[in-house]
Design a binder for this molecule. Structure first.
Ligand code: SF4
Ligand code: SF4
Length: 303
């Protein structure tokens, strides 16, 4: 791989963004590396993964169609289906940079740190996206929201190519005006009110901005991180007093669904609940929140 000489960082950034958008990314940004290095905890800084990294590129793809938000909870739980598209674009982008500029790049693994357990990722893709200015932290457990695209799935690319960084968003679309008015009447925003395990709470200040956000991650994880239930089910089976109890532990209807999800490699084993997003006006009603709205927007824009 021969490094191309005389690379113009601004022009390179434009080419990389154009590649990602051509492949389906809705938003792309470059996070300020120094900020990431300062905020991310030791062991999870970009340089811990790629020592000579110079730039972290974050990208987001669209989530659910409008119809998905009207599904019953048990079906909606299977609908986190576009994150793999984000990863595919990031993977392609890393190849694109190496091929075009001859500079080492990687698709940042979205996976858990094998030394830190199932709730600690190698890197926070959320932090990358937030610092890159393609999402802002919401009351819904810090899920990032975008004023135009609503709820997205994120992926990151690390590269040794130096690119000019973007700024984080200046305005947070959360809480939406309708959420502020519900909060003023009831003390809760829609995501807080409809979370099935009541793991969200917070305060809105006089200007209608977030003042405090509380998120009980353990309660949310118990509801959504179903892969964590598998070892306890196996432990119950091992410790069963007799074969009937063992059969119950392994083949109880709820538990059999976990085997099913594992056998089909379903994303429904992790982070699938969506009830906070189902009631979120930004996630569901942002101007380009779904493919039909994006198409109408592009037509109106003459694209
Ligand atoms: S994903 Fe579900 S459990 Fe977690 S915060 Fe949202 S509504 Fe609550
Ligand atoms: S429903 Fe959405 S916009 Fe409203 S407070 Fe919750 S996350 Fe923010």
């Amino acid at each position: 791989m021969a490094r191309r000489e005389g690379i113009d960082p601004e022009a390179a950034k434009e080419e990389i963004f154009a590649y990602c958008k051509r492949k389906g990314a809705l938003a792309v940004g470059v996070a300020d590396l120094e900020t990431l290095e300062r905020i991310a905890p030791p062991g999870h800084r970009p340089t811990d993964l790629m020592p000579k990294v110079k730039s972290v590129i974050a990208l987001g793809v669209g989530g659910q169609t409008q119809g998905a938000w009207a599904l019953p909870a048990k079906a909606l739980g299977y609908f986190g289906s576009t994150e793999s598209r984000a990863y595919t674009i990031a993977y392609g982008c890393a190849f694109f940079i190496e091929n075009r500029f001859g500079i080492r790049s990687i698709y940042c693994p979205p996976d858990m740190d094998t030394e830190a357990g199932p709730r600690v990722p190698l890197q926070s893709l959320k932090l990358h996206a937030e610092v890159a200015g393609i999402g802002a932290r919401s009351f819904a457990g810090d899920i990032l929201l975008h004023p135009d695209f609503g709820y997205m799935y994120f992926a990151s690319v690390f590269t040794e190519l130096e690119l000019p960084p973007d700024e984080p968003m200046q305005d947070n679309p959360c809480p939406a005006p309708s959420c502020v008015s519900l909060y003023r009447k009831t003390g809760q925003t829609p995501c807080m009110k409809f979370c099935p395990v009541q793991c969200l709470s917070g305060e809105i200040d006089e200007d209608g901005n977030q003042a405090l956000m509380r998120y009980d991650m353990a309660a949310c994880a118990e509801m959504t991180q179903q892969f964590e239930a598998v070892p306890s089910m196996i432990a119950d089976a091992v410790q069963a007093r007799d074969s009937v109890e063992r059969e119950d532990a392994l083949f109880d209807a709820d538990n059999k669904i976990l085997w099913y999800k594992m056998s089909v490699g379903s994303g429904g084993l992790l982070a699938q609940c969506f009830e906070c997003m189902r009631v979120c006006p930004i996630a569901t009603q942002a101007p380009q929140a779904d493919p039909v709205r994006r198409f109408e927007f592009a037509e109106a824009d003459g694209e």
